[in-house]
Design a protein around this ligand. Sequence first.
Ligand code: NAD
Ligand code: DAU
Length: 332
Amino acid sequence: MSRMLVTGGAGFIGSNFVHYILENTDHHVTVLDKLTYAGNRASLDGLDAARFSFVRGDITDASAVDALVAGTDIVVHYAAESHNDNSLDDPRPFLDTNIVGTYILLEAVRRHQKRFHHVSTDEVYGDLELDDPSRFTEQTPYNPSSPYSSTKAGSDLLVRAWVRSFGVQATISNCSNNYGPRQHVEKFIPRQITNVLTGERPKLYGDGLNVRDWIHAADHSAAVLTILERGHIGETYLIGADGEKNNREVMELILTALGQPTDAYDHVAERPGHDVRYAIDSTKLRTELGWMPQFSNFEVGIEATVQWYRDNEDWWQPQKAATEARYLSQAR
Ligand code: NAD
Ligand code: DAU
């Protein structure tokens, strides 16, 4: 049994990880989360108080971080500003949280000699052409496109430097696009589901041919636990589930799951700098550490996700109007 400090545990992927850890291990979890617009305390409701605690705080607050890191065994770092569109509007919080926040955590784990896992994204590698047969591997050069992905790339490089220069016991994972329960309504899949549920037309950026490599959040959680248990210090592991689909295909699956015609959506303004295609080769994680994704049927996963949003309107409804107002101001 270990004590885990999970940063960003009230967000989408962090909360899925916390649920996963409490259901599948005997570890104790403390969440450190600032509860920005993207964090939702309700995502952690009902967890076993004997094994779970919640601290509202900022990862850029060095003294709060130091005290929490001192009292833990492992730090799993999910906290971030995570949305590309927001980073185009106002990059500053991305620099503060993703770069400075990661630096503060690295200094604390260095001081207290704690195991650190850094959760990152495939977007650090830039994008691939639609007709390029290759996929990202751990050897792909960094080439981020957006303010969001460049701050994630910067944070990855800080982790690598702290491993090499100071011997910090860290691993890094770079995962593709996640879907599943408790994702903020600003993101593609929940936005379209909740648009239909509130009588709005779904919105597709540009021609909708951009490809994302989808993975269920539970498979991401299992992969991170595998890396914590069997990963090698200083190594990077790519996480992906062979889930490439273009945005039109995903839109049509969502509309079908909601009983709507497959063309019942609008084309809206293109995202500036929109990455064309992401694709992950996760051979290293599968062959060296023995992880395999369990959610192989994307259509079934989308139906379950639609059902979750139908059943949990209280969770997402308070965010919906403000999110759409923000998109309206961007013509998206
Ligand atoms: P999210 O936006 O849903 O959640 C982020 C969480 O971090 C929120 O709870 C927020 O309150 C918290 N937070 C933000 N700033 C903070 C700060 N300064 N101090 C403390 N807490 C703070 O994000 P997500 O989609 O769950 O992504 C989580 C992590 O996974 C991020 O690091 C992201 O880069 C990475 N990632 C996401 C995806 C994806 O598809 N969503 C894929 C690969 C990697
Ligand atoms: O690849 C991993 C990344 O996936 C993570 O690092 C990010 O944190 C996460 O937000 C996600 O980034 P994307 O930009 O790919 O996700 P998003 O859900 O914003 O968009 C997915 C695709 O759908 C993208 O091509 C843009 C498009 N899109 C998005 C929205 C919100 C639309 O066509 N319409 C929309 O309304």
